[in-house]
Write a protein that binds this ligand. Structure first.
Ligand code: ZN
Length: 131
């Protein structure tokens, strides 16, 4: 299943209600990373509809669902050079509770999870440079 070069950088994208709108318009303009990001957000949300899931951060036990405890944001990690991809690649997608979506060490939490899943991958915080 794994086709990626395991040293290839991944980017961390935080999807908030604001950046969701930016991603939708980028996807409409044909940006593949925005399209994949939205796909993962929708997939994560659909999964929460069926079954509640814990917030991403390993030290947070908040259960998220699509009714009373909706996620405030989504954390998405996808390969940085998506345009060069064909076939399967690993991704990370999770909902975040209100508190965790604002935590200052969020990138470190995500990087830690990525490191557990894909030990050699470098994670880049694209939220600093992109809208
Ligand atoms: Zn949380």
């Amino acid at each position: 299943m794994l086709q990626h070069d395991d040293r290839e950088p991944y980017e961390f994208i935080l999807i908030t209600p604001q950046s969701y709108c930016v991603a939708v318009s980028a996807a409409q303009r044909g940006y593949e990373d925005a399209r994949v990001t939205l796909y993962l957000v929708h997939q994560t949300y659909s999964a929460l509809k069926k079954e509640s899931a814990e917030c991403l951060c390993s030290d947070c036990k908040t259960l998220l669902d699509t009714k009373l405890n909706q996620p405030s944001a989504f954390a998405i990690c996808i390969p940085m050079f998506l345009a060069s991809k064909s076939g399967f690649f690993d991704t990370l997608a999770s909902g975040l509770c209100d508190r965790c979506s604002q935590r200052s060490d969020l990138f470190e939490c995500v990087a830690e999870l990525m490191h557990e899943a894909l030990p050699k991958v470098t994670l880049v915080d694209s939220n600093m440079t992109k809208q």
